[in-house]
Design a protein around this ligand. Sequence first.
Ligand SMILES: NC(=O)c1ccc[n+]([C@@H]2O[C@H](COP(=O)([O-])OP(=O)(O)OC[C@H]3O[C@@H](n4cnc5c(N)ncnc54)[C@H](OP(=O)(O)O)[C@@H]3O)[C@@H](O)[C@H]2O)c1
Length: 248
Amino acid sequence: MSELSDRTAVVVGASRGLGRGIATALAEAGAAVVAVARGREALAELAEGADRIRPEAADATDPSAAGTLVDRYRPDVLVLVAGATPQLRPLQHHTWETFSVNWESDVRIAFHWLREALLKPLRPGSRVVVISSGAAVAGSPVSGGYAGAKATQRLITGYAQEEAQRAGLDITFTAVLPRITPMTELGRPAVRAYAERYGMTEDEYIEQLGPLVTPEIAGAAVLELIGSDAADVAPAYLLTGTGLRKLP
Ligand SMILES: NC(=O)c1ccc[n+]([C@@H]2O[C@H](COP(=O)([O-])OP(=O)(O)OC[C@H]3O[C@@H](n4cnc5c(N)ncnc54)[C@H](OP(=O)(O)O)[C@@H]3O)[C@@H](O)[C@H]2O)c1
């Protein structure tokens, strides 16, 4: 029996990129994985031949999707990965709408799903992982409100932990902040934009990043976190190509 064979994991934003790596790692570790994303085709392709992955097409910003799926699956592990791709342009070239896209997506998703995890509540021993971004610490000057939105995801993950403790719920919430990586659809244009801004070629920019975060590394990081004693799990971690590092 695999270590996660009696657990159900819901991965929100599972059809590509880091979320796909996380969903695949959880399924390979034996969990029953509910893979959530909007695009049905990519979800169906992910689930094909993977009998532990069940696709659920839904818009995770919709509060009723969060409520319905948490009720239906009562996950032991909930991973929030989904996020919008920001417009890459200097501040003065943003409109309020382009500036706030990650607030309307990433922050909204964290807000609705963390609320549901607390209200349900998830079972004692459950783990919730929110994928924020290294930009939450380092900033991201060509991505409008992205860095602030990702910092807010980290903050509200901490608020959820505090509320769980106040209510005596044994649920562990943690935020993971990956470094920028060209290995996903969201990361590739960002790497291109930063290379251009700093007068580097893309290869030069990638080179100075050091070991890259990949979907597989993100999957291994989530497995490591849910396999750790709850008492040892920090409120937040930086994720680089060499793995997780606790943040103060
Ligand atoms: N790549 C990087 O450099 C990097 C660095 C730090 C942090 N991050 C963060 O890591 C997370 C994943 O990034 P990624 O690079 O893997 O992105 P990605 O390749 O664009 O994948 C995003 C995933 O989320 C899903 N998704 C997006 N909006 C959704 C919604 N409203 N409802 C349901 N599913 C939704 C997408 O599927 P559909 O479009 O079909 O819904 C897709 O499966 C994001 O939160 C991002 O901010 C990325």
